[in-house]
Each structure stands twice: as structure tokens, then as C-alpha cells.
Write a protein that binds this ligand. Structure first.
Ligand SMILES: C[S@@+](CC[C@H](N)C(=O)[O-])C[C@H]1O[C@@H](n2cnc3c(N)ncnc32)[C@H](O)[C@@H]1O
Ligand code: SF4
Length: 403
């Protein structure tokens, strides 16, 4: 998770850069149900409108919440599938709030309507995130449901009318990148509080469809647009959260943008980026899937760490006998290929280990989603193993080409 707005504010109101510190417990993204009314092209949970046996029941969820509290977890993001399809979702959320967690709802928004907005409001969710992967037909195509965009917009507007903090979550591929400018305009026009830009990660249907991932050039243009939009709003006195996920190369890329646009602030932003420290999967972010299996984050469903029915969450999370968890918790991580040789490793921390793992079979290989070129990251082909770059771009898919 990379908070663009935080760094943009630092340009005008710098605060001291301290050492990098991890919070006492991780943010937990909890897929409480896998059933969903949509079947999106990129969905990491491969959700569909059917029952998935073996999910945690209400009593089990409550018991796990007690374990999470004991493990000093500060934030619960209630997700799915579509969490609003779980009949006990409001009982779970109400109890989580009463226990003092920061509680967010992660929804596709199509089921937020007049029948449940009172309950959503009364619970006092700290944040409601609604996915919008484009405007109108683009979103409907991506989410494979006609009318999904209108339904999600209706849900967003109901939240805004109640002053519930609401954000748009957008996952970019080559197929919906053209709608980014219009989505950013929509966020401003509608008075939406937050824009979460997600890069595609290679999990579930997102892995199957990874040939559709954005080209590196498309990603660079999108990031520049995000930086400029965030800066423009900030300078007009409109403060919104702009956040990205699933690609921590965004940190070094922001630094290079600052070096060009505000060279006098570059050293400060670099110190702040080092304090942030890049990818935090397995450290500050954790995932519990619908069956109660713990993973380093939501994109790691192919690797189980433990079962909350059998072992307390904190015991699973702190068990460094698991080599994946131990490797993820190192900072900076011990990596190979371009990531291992990169001068920004301690800023980005090797970005997505999932993409590396899905494409090469090696958790510690370079992230093929890194969109910075060799010169920018201070490497030459000779300085990393084999001098070859792993790429997954649609035009040279899942192959190694000479750097
Ligand atoms: C799995 S969904 C669950 C919540 C809800 N059904 C929704 O769509 O917002 C959570 C978020 O993950 C995003 N997501 C799903 N698969 C992804 C992938 N492969 N890469 C990046 N983001 C992904 C979705 O777009 C959504 O914003
Ligand atoms: S991304 Fe969300 S809305 Fe789409 S299929 Fe997955 S769980 Fe459902």
C-alpha cells in the first residue's frame, strides 16, 4: 500500500523523517465469504454465485476476532466474495466495532441499496471501499455484469448522502486504462473521499488473465496522471486519499517524478520513502480466507500459513519456521535478478513476490511487474543473474528476453 497523497503533502508541509517502524499487529483483510454476485475477469478469489462449503460460521468468526485482538491487529477489512451476501455481516461488523477495531467494508457496491444503507450507517464503518473498474460499459465488461456500474454508483451515492467515508477502488489492465482520467474526474465531481489504484496481481482469475496486464508504458502514464491529479487537488485545497496497491515500484517512480518536478524536495521525499519501506505483505498486511486459512496477503491463496480453526492467529503469524513468512519479514528482502541488484530495494522491498512466484516458480525472483527500466534502477544486464529480464507483457508472454 503506497499513500501518494501522504508524500504529496510532504512537498508543501515536510515532517521529520524517522526510522522505519512496524505497527504491533498487521492489518487483516478477511474474506468472510467467497460467494459473489459478480464474476470479474481479474478476481483473485475466483468468486462466483455459488456456495463454498466449509466457511467459518458466526461463532467461529467471533472466536477468531478475539484472537486477532490478542495479536494486536488494529484494522479489519471485511471482504469476500461479496461480504454483503453474508447474512451475519452486520453482526460481525457491529462486534468488530465494539471491540475497537478500525472496520472497513470492501464491497462491489452493487448490493448497497435502500434496504441496507440504514444498517451500514448505524454500524459506523470507518470506511467503505467500492470497486469501479471503469465508466459504464467498461466496468460492466470487466465485472461481467450489465448494469453493475449503475448499481455500484447508486451504492456510492447512498453512502455519500449519509456522510460515510467512501472510496473507489480501481484495478488497471490494458483493457480499462483509457477510463482512468474519467474515473478521476468522477471522484472529484462526486466528492468521493479516496481513490485506490490497484495494479493487477497474478492471483486467481487475475493470473489466468495476466496477458491482459497493463503494459509498462501504460502504467507509467497512469502513475504520472495520479501524481499530477493528487498534487493539483492538494494545491486547490481539496484533500483526498490517493493510494496504490500491488506494485511498490510506485515509490521509486514517485521519487523520480519529484526529482524532475521538485528537485529541492527530492532528498526529503527519498528519506520518507525509506521510512515507508515498500512491500509489507507478511509483515503489516495479513489475509484470512473464507475457510480460515491465513496467507501473507490476499494474493497468496496458493500458499497456506496455517488454519485459524486449529491455531491462534498470532501463533501462525509469528511462526518464522515457515520459510515464506521468514523471507517476507526480512527487510530488505534477499532477492534475485533485477530486484536483487536494484538501488531502490530498500524503498520498494521487491514489490510483489506473488507475480515473481507465479511467473517463475521462485518466490524470490524479480517482480516482472516492475515498470522502471535498468538505467533508472541503476543496474546493467551484466549486474543481475543471466542478464535477462523476466517479462509477462502481452506481446512477449511468460518468456525471458535479453535485457
Ligand atoms: C476480491 S474483491 C472483494 C470485494 C468485492 N467483491 C469487490 O469486488 O470489491 C476485493 C478487491 O480486490 C480487487 N482484486 C481482485 N482481484 C485482483 C487482482 N488479481 N489484482 C488486483 N486487485 C484485485 C477487486 O477489484 C476488489 O477491489
Ligand atoms: S472482484 Fe469482487 S465483485 Fe468481482 S468476482 Fe471477485 S469478489 Fe466478486
Amino acid at each position: 500500500m503506497f499513500r501518494i497523497a501522504h508524500f504529496i503533502r510532504e512537498l508543501d508541509q515536510p515532517t521529520p523523517a524517522g526510522p522505519r517502524r512496524n505497527p504491533p499487529g498487521p492489518v487483516v483483510i478477511w474474506n468472510l465469504i467467497r460467494r459473489c454476485n459478480l464474476t470479474c475477469e481479474h478476481c483473485y478469489s475466483i468468486s462466483a454465485d455459488k456456495d463454498f462449503p466449509g466457511e467459518l460460521n458466526t461463532a467461529e468468526v467471533f472466536k477468531v476476532m478475539d484472537d486477532l485482538k490478542a495479536a494486536r491487529v488494529p484494522v479489519l477489512i471485511l471482504s469476500g466474495g461479496e461480504p454483503l451476501l453474508r447474512p451475519d455481516i452486520f453482526d460481525i461488523a457491529r462486534r468488530a466495532k465494539a471491540m475497537g477495531f478500525y472496520v472497513a467494508l470492501s464491497s462491489n457496491g452493487t448490493l448497497i441499496d435502500e434496504s441496507n444503507i440504514d444498517a451500514i450507517d448505524e454500524i459506523g464503518f470507518d470506511y467503505v471501499g467500492v470497486s469501479l473498474d471503469g465508466i459504464g460499459a467498461t466496468h460492466d465488461h470487466f465485472r461481467r455484469k450489465q448494469g453493475a456500474f449503475e448499481a455500484s454508483m447508486h451504492g456510492i451515492r447512498l453512502c455519500l448522502a449519509r456522510d460515510i467515508k467512501v472510496g473507489v477502488r480501481y484495478t488497471m489492465t490494458e483493457g480499462n486504462a483509457h477510463d482512468l482520467p474519467a474515473l478521476l474526474k468522477l471522484v472529484e465531481d462526486e466528492g468521493i473521499d479516496k481513490f485506490y489504484f490497484s495494479h493487477l496481481n497474478y492471483a486467481g482469475r487475475g493470473n489466468k488473465n495476466r496477458a491482459g496486464d497493463a503494459r509498462h508504458r501504460t502504467t507509467r502514464e497512469a502513475m504520472e496522471l495520479l501524481f499530477e491529479t493528487c498534487l493539483d487537488l492538494h494545491r486547490r485545497g481539496i484533500e483526498k486519499d490517493f493510494v496504490t496497491g500491488n506494485n511498490d515500484a510506485d515509490g521509486p517512480f514517485l521519487l523520480q517524478w519529484v526529482q524532475r518536478r521538485f528537485p529541492e524536495r527530492a532528498a526529503h521525499i527519498e528519506a520518507k520513502l525509506r521510512q515507508w519501506g515498500g512491500n509489507a505483505s507478511g509483515v503489516n498486511v495479513a489475509n484470512i480466507d473464507n475457510l480460515g486459512i491465513v496467507h501473507p496477503d490476499t494474493m497468496w491463496w496458493h500458499v497456506p500459513l496455517g488454519d485459524v480453526r486449529k491455531r491462534a492467529f498470532g501463533d501462525i503469524w509469528n511462526d518464522l519456521s515457515n520459510p515464506l513468512l521468514a523471507g517476507l519479514k526480512q527487510h530488505p528482502r534477499t532477492l534475485e535478478g533485477r530486484c536483487g541488484a536494484c538501488k531502490y530495494l530498500d524503498i520498494c522491498n521487491g514489490s510483489s513476490r506473488v507475480r515473481a512466484s507465479q511467473v517463475t516458480g521462485n518466490h524470490w525472483a524479480e517482480d516482472p511487474g516492475c515498470y522502471l527500466d535498468d538505467e533508472e534502477i541503476g543496474v546493467t544486464a551484466a549486474s543481475y543473474e543471466g542478464g535477462e529480464r523476466v517479462v509477462t507483457t502481452p506481446w512477449v508472454r511468460i518468456a525471458k528476453v535479453s535485457a
